[in-house]
Design a protein around this ligand. Structure first.
Ligand code: GTP
Length: 597
C-alpha cells in the first residue's frame, strides 16, 4: 500500500484536465500516442462532442519515480458539471489527494473554488498546478497570488506546467508520489469498498467502479450492497489500464472495477458500500445519499412516433443511467408520455440528445420545473413534480417550499453591476462580495433553483459577455410565498397549463401568458376569453374576437374548388386541436405556454 497513490484532477471546464490526464498516461507509458487521439477518458460520443466529461472512470498507471520505486497511480476522473456535484464528492472520497488545475490565462473560476472546497471536505492533500504557461497571455504570477489569497495554498507549492506542450509533467508525477500520502486501510478486515461510478457493459452487466478501503474482493466471492442488502456473486475484478483489464483481486487501498452479473445499474448506487456477504463490515463508508432528481420535465413522442417506442427507448437508455427516473404521464395536449426526473439541466439535455440520436425516437420536451414540497395542514408532506398535482383545495395547504441553491459567481469587475441586478431579479439574496484581485470579484447568492434553471445561464453569459463563471450547490427546501397560477379558457380551468410561481412574479407571468395564448389560439366563431388567476382571482385577461362567419363567406359564392379547399383546411386544422369546453386548443398553445420564459 505504501506504493499506491489515489488522486483526482479538479478544474474548471476547459482548464485542461483531459489534456493533463492524457499526458500522465503517456508519460507513464500507459497508452500509445495513436490511442491517445481518442481522448481515452472521454468515452461517450456526446461527451467528446461537447468536450464535457460526464462519466467518472479510474485509470491505473505505473510510474517509476526518482527514488527508484515503481508506484501504482490511480487517477479518478471527476465530472465537470454542477449537475454532478454529488458524484464529484464521491470520487474525491475515493482519493487521498487532488491536483487543482488552473488555467494561467483565466485564473480561478467558480468551479475551481467549488471543487476546492469539496476536496477540503474530504481532507485531501491538494497540489495546486497552473496550466497553459505556454500561452503568451499566461499570467502565472497573478494566478499564484489568487491561489494563495483565495484558497490559502502557499505559492511556493504551485507547479507551473503546459499540458499541451508536455512541460512540467514529470514534476507533477513527482509531487503526486512525494506529497500525496499512501492509502490507509486493513487488508485483513472485512471488505469495505466505496462505489464512485457505474456503467452498463453488455458483456459484464452493470459494473461498479470502487475504491477498496478494507479487505479484498475477488471472483467467486459473495458481495452485499449496504443500502439495499442485495447480494451478488463476483464474476470479475480489474482496472482500466486504461483498457479494461482483469486482475486476480482488488485489495485495500486499490481502485478498480467489480462485475457480478448485475442486470440493473440501479442496483449500483453511487456512494454505496460493497461488503462481504459472509463477513460484512460493521459500518459503510459515510456520505451515501440516494440519487435524487431536482428537475422534472415531460417527455412525449413527436409526431410519427408512438408511446411504446418512447417507452422502449427510455427503458434501454436508463440501463446506463441510474440517475434518471420516469413514470407515465398523460397530458391533454401531448397525449401519453412520461414525467422524467433529472439531476439538472445539462443532464436533461444529455438524455434528450441521446434518446434522439442513439435510440432513434423524436421527442417533445416540456419546460423543466423543480420539485416543490407542499406541507399540508394535516402534517403530511407532498412532493410535487407537476403543478397539476397540487391539492384542489388551497385551504389544505399550510406552506409550499422550493429548493434553494448557493450560487458562486466569479466575474471581471466591470460586469458586477449587471450581475447584481440579474441576481436580484432572480430573487437572489447576496451572501458574499469579495475582490479576488483588483480586477476579479467573487459573489455568492442564495437563490431559488427554479430561477436558475429558467434562463440564468443565458442571462449571466449575456450580461458579462461570457466572462462570468458560476457553480452552485443545493442548500435545501425553503418556504416561499408561492402561488399556483391557473389558466381559464372561457371560464373553464385548463389544468395542464397551470404552474407554480412566486407571488411577486405572478402578475408579470400571468400577463405574458395570456398574451402568448392570444397569439396561438385560433379564432373561433364566438368570442374566447383567456384568463390567468391566482386561485379563482383573475389577474390577467385577454379576449380573442370571434370570426365573423364561415371562412368561405369571403369567397362570394365564386370558385367551388376553392371553397372546398378552404373547408378541407379547416378540417385538417381541427384534427390537431384539443377540446376545452367549447374551445379547441392547438398543441402549439400548450407548447408555447409550457416553454414560456
Ligand atoms: P472539460 O473536459 O470540458 O472539463 O475540459 P478539460 O478541462 O478537460 O480541458 P481540455 O483538456 O479538453 O482542454 C481544453 C482546451 O485547452 C483544449 O483546446 C486544449 O488543447 C487546451 N489546452 C490544454 N492544456 C493546454 C496547455 O497547456 N496549453 C495550451 N495552449 N492549451 C492547452
Amino acid at each position: 500500500m505504501e506504493l499506491i497513490r489515489n488522486f483526482s484532477i479538479i478544474a474548471h471546464v476547459d482548464h485542461g484536465k483531459s489534456t493533463l490526464a492524457d499526458r500522465l498516461l503517456e508519460y507513464t507509458g500507459s497508452v500509445s500516442r495513436r490511442e491517445l487521439k481518442d481522448q481515452m477518458l472521454d468515452t461517450l460520443e456526446i461527451e467528446r462532442e461537447r468536450g464535457i466529461t460526464i462519466k467518472l472512470q479510474a485509470v491505473k498507471m505505473f510510474y517509476r519515480a526518482e527514488d527508484g520505486n515503481t508506484y501504482t497511480l490511480h487517477l479518478i476522473d471527476t465530472p465537470g458539471h454542477v449537475d454532478f456535484s454529488y458524484e464529484v464528492s464521491r470520487a474525491l472520497a475515493a482519493c487521498e489527494g487532488a491536483i487543482l488545475l488552473v488555467d494561467a490565462t483565466q485564473g480561478i473560476e467558480a468551479q475551481t473554488v467549488a471543487n476546492f472546497w469539496k476536496a477540503v471536505e474530504q481532507d485531501l492533500v491538494i497540489l495546486p498546478v497552473i496550466n497553459k504557461i505556454d500561452l503568451p497571455s499566461a499570467d502565472p504570477e497573478r494566478v499564484k497570488k489568487q491561489i494563495e489569497d483565495i484558497l490559502g495554498l502557499p505559492s511556493e507549492d504551485v507547479l507551473l506546467i503546459s499540458a499541451k506542450e508536455g512541460i512540467g509533467i514529470k514534476q507533477v508525477l513527482e509531487a503526486i508520489v512525494k506529497r500525496i500520502p499512501p492509502p490507509k486501510g486493513n487488508a485483513q478486515a472485512p471488505l469495505k469498498a466505496l462505489i464512485f461510478d457505474s456503467y452498463y457493459d453488455p458483456y459484464r452487466g452493470a459494473v461498479a467502479f470502487v475504491r477498496v478501503f478494507d479487505g479484498e474482493v475477488k471472483p467467486g466471492m459473495r458481495i452485499r450492497l449496504f443500502s439495499t442488502g442485495k447480494e451478488f456473486e463476483v464474476t470479475e475484478v480489474g482496472a482500466q489500464t486504461p483498457k479494461m483489464t482483469k486482475f486476480e483481486k482488488l485489495s485495500a487501498g486499490e481502485v478498480g472495477y467489480i462485475a457480478a452479473s448485475i442486470k440493473d445499474v440501479r442496483d449500483i448506487k453511487i456512494g454505496d458500500t460493497i461488503t462481504d456477504a459472509k463477513n460484512p463490515a460493521s459500518s459503510p463508508v459515510p456520505g451515501f445519499r440516494p440519487a435524487k432528481p431536482m428537475v422534472y420535465a415531460g417527455i412525449y413522442p413527436s409526431e410519427g412516433y408512438t408511446y411504446e417506442e418512447l417507452r422502449d427507448a427510455l427503458e434501454k437508455y436508463s440501463i446506463n443511467d441510474a440517475a434518471i427516473q420516469y413514470e407515465p404521464e398523460t397530458s391533454p395536449a401531448l397525449g401519453l408520455g412520461f414525467r422524467v426526473g433529472f439531476l439538472g439541466l445539462l443532464h436533461m439535455e444529455i438524455v434528450q440528445e441521446r434518446l434522439e440520436r442513439e435510440y432513434g425516437v423524436s421527442i417533445i420536451t416540456t419546460a423543466p420545473s423543480v420539485v416543490y414540497r407542499v406541507r399540508l395542514k394535516n402534517g403530511e408532506i407532498k412532493e410535487i413534480r407537476n403543478p397539476s398535482e397540487l391539492p384542489e383545495n388551497w385551504g389544505y395547504i399550510d406552506a409550499i417550499e422550493e429548493p434553494f441553491v448557493l450560487i458562486t459567481i466569479i466575474t471581471p469587475k466591470d460586469y458586477v453591476g449587471n450581475i447584481m441586478s440579474l441576481c436580484q431579479e432572480k430573487r437572489g439574496i447576496q451572501k458574499k462580495f469579495v475582490y479576488l484581485d483588483p480586477n476579479t470579484v467573487m459573489l455568492e447568492y442564495e437563490m431559488p433553483l427554479s430561477e436558475v434553471i429558467m434562463d440564468f445561464h443565458d442571462k449571466i453569459k449575456g450580461v458579462s459577455k461570457g466572462y462570468a463563471s458560476y457553480d452552485y450547490e443545493f442548500l435545501g427546501f425553503r418556504e416561499e410565498d408561492l402561488v399556483k397560477l391557473n389558466v381559464f379558457i372561457n371560464n373553464e380551468p385548463v389544468d395542464a397549463l397551470s404552474f407554480i410561481v412566486h407571488r411577486d412574479k405572478a402578475y408579470r407571468r400571468a400577463r405574458q401568458l395570456v398574451e402568448k395564448l392570444k397569439e396561438v389560439i385560433p379564432r373561433q366563431l364566438f368570442e374566447v376569453k383567456v384568463q390567468a388567476g391566482i386561485g379563482n382571482k383573475i389577474i390577467a385577461s385577454e379576449r380573442i374576437p370571434p370570426l365573423r362567419a364561415n371562412v368561405t363567406a369571403k369567397c362570394y359564392g365564386g370558385d367551388i374548388t376553392r371553397k372546398k379547399k378552404l373547408l378541407e383546411k379547416q378540417k385538417e386544422g381541427k384534427k390537431r386541436l384539443k377540446q376545452f369546453g367549447k374551445v379547441e386548443l392547438p398543441q402549439e398553445a400548450f407548447l408555447t405556454v409550457l416553454k414560456v420564459e
